[in-house]
Design a protein. Structure first.
Length: 260
């Protein structure tokens, strides 16, 4: 039976957890919920930090050493499916989700620990910059496990960073999936500050996507800052049809009346 994830993770941030020890801990807890086995895998001194991280991320219960449903999905994922499973786990933790959505919005090619500290600091996530710095290292390391980029640990004065995959936004969309459609009334309701802080007011149209009809593919395009449009087009769209659409779009704009 899976453990229940911790409910109150407000403003908590993980630290002192590498991707290697994260992966080892997940596999150990899959096979044996014993402290001794975990100590052998990650080291006795690091065990409390690994368990704290897994608890904050909602992947395991630090007290019972049992994996949650999310932790079990990661533990039992195949090698090919594991990056997506880890990414979904990361996105289940609001501070990490906020950071990744912001990186996608910025179309960042590389992200440093300082960049992540800045993103969280602006939103007052974490008790101080030291806590944010530790969490940023965890996220950078786990981004590599999730297939989002290559992590380079800072040495000899260099900055720890991740060179981000060019298809970051597509990977986030795939991980979050398309939710149930909302009603017109729900879509028009103003979002609270908590919603915006949890990444629901992002320029990336991930959580507000509605499933297209069968035979169509939904394309999301940022027309201007803060405005994303959705186009449902046939799966077998032809070049000739694209040409016709282009000509049709050219007829739509109103003449500029000099309003800037």
């Amino acid at each position: 039976m899976a453990a229940t994830p911790e409910k109150d993770r407000t403003n908590q941030l993980p630290y002192r957890t590498t991707k290697e020890k994260f992966e080892k801990a997940i596999q150990v807890l899959r096979q044996s919920q014993t402290v001794d086995a975990l100590d052998v895998a990650v080291g006795q001194s690091d065990r409390p930090f690994i368990l704290r991280t897994l608890g904050i991320l909602g992947m395991a219960d630090p007290k019972t050493l049992k994996l949650t449903d999310m932790g079990l999905r990661i533990a039992y994922a195949t090698e090919n499916d594991r990056p997506l499973a880890v990414l979904r786990g990361i996105l289940g933790f609001a501070p990490f989700k906020i950071a990744l959505l912001e990186l996608a919005r910025r179309k960042s090619k590389s992200v440093s620990v300082a960049d992540l500290v800045g993103i969280w600091g602006e939103r007052e996530i974490g008790i101080n910059d030291a806590a944010r710095d530790g969490a940023a290292l965890v996220l950078c390391s786990m981004m590599e496990t999730a297939g989002l980029g290559t992590f380079y640990a800072g040495r000899r004065g260099s900055v720890s960073r991740v060179d981000v995959q060019a298809d970051l936004q597509d990977r986030l969309v795939a991980a979050l999936g398309a939710p149930q459609a909302t009603t017109d009334k729900q879509s028009q309701e103003p979002r609270s500050q908590d919603d915006r802080n949890n990444g629901r007011d992002s320029d990336i149209p991930i959580e507000r996507t509605v499933r297209p009809e069968a035979g169509f593919v939904r394309h999301n395009y940022q027309l201007r800052r803060g405005m994303v449009i959705n186009l449902d087009l046939p799966e077998d769209l032809t070049t000739k049809e694209v040409d016709r659409l282009t000509k049709w779009l050219a007829t739509l704009p109103l003449e500029d009346q000099g309003g800037g």
